[in-house]
Design a protein around this ligand. Structure first.
Ligand code: SF4
Ligand code: SF4
Length: 468
């Protein structure tokens, strides 16, 4: 007989997706309702998550939403701080940092994000699936209902499910819109009615329809065939990644209880398939780590319950790396993890610096294009410049200018340098300098831009004068 650790499991399951049959038809999954300590923990975690999801659009800081992703107007708000197109650099760096974090997290902890924090899984497993159990019953009743001919009970249950699922999808779509345009705007649209905002309402119906389609029918296929993060698992995971794993060393050869007496060596797995019945993606985790596994841990709870019933230690399926199981080795930090951590720490430091030194007003000073110097009536030389101001907060901002490295006067054309809340403004101004201070055709000058007494920027430009 082979040693347990050398057991080669049948890999043919990798040739097909568990939710698609040989003819290419969808195999609809009816997972058994999970129960156990991890399922309870996941329920509590999802309650916290849902409270955050549904309350975040109502939270404001200084009149600004706490969090908003207005892609259409290119306005993004994180923690009450407005980021616009001028903050593209910070935004790009933030996205790269987030990606590195996700990669590092995945390398170490596998796909645990999917099962415990991904909105798709939270809504599917912790909201819609629970409602489905409430309306249709557990897996066996769901299968029975599916196969039964259309009768009063089936029509009533299907209609109830459609109405409840659509109402929830509509609610989620409204909050989704609040994350895009802000809750104030959503409330305004609701107040002004459908006819005044028919286009927005139609978009809302489209999104509600998409959510309904996903939660009513498409379900785990999002994780299996659509989600790009799921596709990345193959390259991110290695034998040290901690994933939901079956301890094949301990479990094999799997032996049904009634055959244990006739078997020379029986593993701890009693081949009851309880872990398969609860799996929302329809896989058998005993086949090894698979693309479809979202690390929901339902199979851990199911197997622990079985192990309790046969008086064996829990943890036949558990969070472990392949190395843990194969060699009984403890989890070690690998050089890949150290490298990712170093890059992440560096990016976080740069990001923190950029955020800490970020000003409420973004200012750019440019010499008026094509303009040459003028000799003014009082004999001084004059150059025309433009100042571009982007105000990132709701309050109106006033800035003043001061020549830093040369004596001269700055005269703003028109109004003071004032930019309204969340506004953009371009305004011309003239710099006047005595000719004796201008020794070359292009003299480098520095202009201090002040908000009150605080200098927010030193703009460097040149002052054109006669060639000497
Ligand atoms: S639940 Fe545990 S004992 Fe039952 S088949 Fe799965 S791994 Fe084996
Ligand atoms: S194999 Fe286990 S952890 Fe993975 S999706 Fe299925 S039930 Fe969840």
């Amino acid at each position: 007989m082979k040693e347990n650790k050398d057991i080669e499991l049948d890999q043919s399951f990798r040739d097909s997706v568990a939710t698609i049959d040989e003819k290419g038809h969808r195999r609809y999954i009816h997972p058994k309702k999970p129960k156990g300590r991890l399922y309870n923990a996941r329920t509590y975690a999802s309650i916290v998550y849902l409270i955050i999801f549904f309350s975040l659009p109502f939270i404001k800081i200084d009149g600004e939403p706490f969090f908003m992703l207005n892609v259409l107007d290119r306005k993004f708000i994180f923690f009450g701080q407005i980021f616009g197109p001028q903050d593209f650099f910070i935004f790009a760096l933030g996205m790269i940092t987030f990606m590195i974090f996700v990669i590092l997290f995945t390398v170490i902890f596998g796909r645990v994000f999917c099962g415990w924090a991904c909105p798709q899984t939270i809504f599917m497993e912790m909201v819609f699936r629970k409602i489905e159990y409430w309306i249709d019953g557990d897996a066996a009743q769901q299968r029975k209902l599916r196969e039964m001919p259309w009768n009063g009970e089936k029509i009533r249950k299907r209609l109830t499910k459609i109405v409840v699922f659509y109402a929830l999808s509509f609610l989620i779509a409204n909050f989704f819109m609040a994350y895009l345009i802000g809750m104030d705007q959503v409330k305004l649209y609701i107040h002004e009615g459908i006819t005044a905002h028919f286009g927005t309402f139609a978009t809302l119906l489209v999104f509600s329809g998409i959510f309904f389609f996903v939660y009513y029918w498409f379900r785990e296929q999002v994780c299996i065939v659509v989600c790009p993060y799921g596709r990345l698992q193959g390259v991110l995971l290695d034998k040290n990644s901690i994933v939901v794993a079956y301890d094949y060393v301990r479990g094999e050869p799997r032996t049904k209880p009634k055959k244990i007496a006739d078997t020379e060596k029986a593993g701890d797995c009693i081949d009851c398939a309880a872990c398969v019945r609860v799996c929302p993606t329809g896989i058998d985790i005993r086949n090894g780590t698979q693309l479809e596994c979202v690390n929901c841990t339902a199979c851990i709870d199911a197997c622990d319950a079985i192990m309790d019933s046969v008086h064996k230690p829990r943890g036949l399926i558990r969070f472990a790396s392949d190395k843990n199981i194969k060699e009984g080795a403890k989890t070690k930090i690998t050089s890949r993890e150290i490298a990712y951590s170093a890059v992440l720490a560096l990016l976080l430091s740069v990001l923190a610096f950029l955020l800490a030194t970020r000003d409420d007003v973004d200012v750019t000073v440019l010499r008026a294009s094509g303009a040459v110097y003028q000799t003014l009536q009082d004999g001084r030389l004059g150059n025309v410049y433009n100042i571009k101001m982007a105000n990132k907060v709701r309050k109106e901002k006033i800035v003043t200018l001061k020549l830093e490295n040369i004596e001269g006067e700055i005269q703003v054309v028109g109004d003071t340098l004032k930019v309204e809340g969340e506004g953009y403004k371009t305004q011309p101004f003239i710099i006047k300098i005595k000719p004796e201070f201008i020794k070359q055709r292009k003299t480098p000058i520095e202009i201090g831009v002040y908000e009150g007494d605080k200098k927010i920027k030193t703009a460097k430009t040149t002052f054109m004068g006669p060639a000497r």
